[in-house]
Design a protein around this ligand. Structure first.
Ligand code: ATP
Ligand code: ZN
Length: 306
């Protein structure tokens, strides 16, 4: 089987077991009770992983105001992945015209206006704007869970357009950010291997867009800024699947949001992120479709009950 066939095979097995209800749009899926219970279990493990003094859990919307979104640099580097929100702000007459278009089967979305909100692509992007223009005397650590959006339609059940991620983010000095990333490189793979997921840690790069993509990716790899926790879910020699990542951003976000770190220089940051559906589905791929037959230690770790 090719990699694409193995991806569709996992998707078919999840559908057959009643865990995944396919939706007509590629990259969107509805999951049922067993997957949701596993997602909750994984989320709980990530939330309580490596408790750091002073960590603040924040609940954030799945959008960023446009100005903040542009500041993150996402538009510059990953325009192919973004999504934004349109709203209706017209009069009753405009509404009648819109409904006439809908009923005639005509395009109607151009009758909407931009809300100047962009869908969140990584939870950590919500943390930097909280400190825009500030001088931090101590590092800030956030635990953030959110639904994320990336426009990467696919038949692979592990590559969704809308998925959940939990991240641990530190904003502080270069030394503090590096130490945070270093600690995630230890705790992240351990959390996954304790669930019976064999992972290896590899240097990685983000999927940059356009002519500069190769150069940017090579720079990121040379400086070892991004590591992924890879699991060989699909077998074969065409690479594993990233279940999580540990990223050191240097002063990228500190510079964009004008944040000064405890050492007086531009703040540095690092984040450790886990894809919750990805990890849940990797568990189904590795341990089988029946959670009742998973190893007791794994069921206990995920608090799946007796
Ligand atoms: P990939 O290399 O697979 O494209 P990534 O490098 O873009 O992943 P990160 O930005 O590091 O991913 O995001 C952290 C985690 O979020 C990933 O390790 C993965 O578990 C999860 N994730 C990322 N993209 C998706 C997606 N499209 N669908 C489901 N989970 C995802
Ligand atoms: Zn992040």
């Amino acid at each position: 089987m090719t990699r694409a066939e193995r991806e569709r095979d996992l998707r078919d097995r999840l559908i057959h077991a009643g865990h995944l209800i396919p939706l007509p749009t590629r990259g969107l899926a509805t999951f049922t009770s067993d997957v949701e219970a596993v997602v909750r279990g994984v989320d709980g493990l990530v939330r309580t992983m490596e408790p750091v003094a002073g960590v603040v859990e924040i609940g954030v919307p799945p959008f960023l105001p446009e100005v903040e979104f542009v500041r993150t640099g996402y538009l510059r580097s990953f325009p192919h992945l973004l999504g934004s929100v349109d709203v209706f702000t017209g009069s009753p007459r405009d509404h009648r015209a819109l409904m006439a278009d809908v009923e005639a089967g005509n395009p109607w979305t151009e009758r909407l206006s931009p809300a100047h909100l962009d869908l969140l692509s990584a939870p950590c992007h919500s943390a930097y704007p909280l400190h825009q223009g500030q001088s931090l005397h101590t590092p800030r650590v956030y635990d953030i869970h959110s639904r994320c959006w990336r426009h990467e339609p696919s038949d692979d059940p592990m590559r969704l357009m809308s998925f959940r991620m939990r991240e641990k983010v530190l904003i502080g000095s270069a030394e503090q950010a590096s130490a945070h990333r270093e600690s995630g490189l230890g705790h992240g793979p351990r959390l996954l291997s304790d669930l019976g997921l064999p992972v290896s840690r590899v240097v990685a790069n983000d999927p940059f867009f356009g002519r500069m993509a190769r150069l940017m990716a090579e720079g990121q790899r040379d400086d070892e800024l991004k590591f992924e926790f890879i699991c060989d879910v699909y077998g074969g020699d065409d690479g594993g699947v990233a279940l999580g990542s540990a990223n050191y951003h240097q002063d990228h976000f500190g510079g964009d949001f004008d944040i000064t770190g405890p050492d007086g220089g531009p703040a540095h940051s690092a984040c450790i992120g886990f894809g919750l559906e990805r990890i849940a589905l990797a568990l189904f791929a590795v341990h089988g479709m029946d959670t009742g037959r998973w190893p007791t230690a794994v069921r206990d770790g995920l608090r799946l009950g007796p």
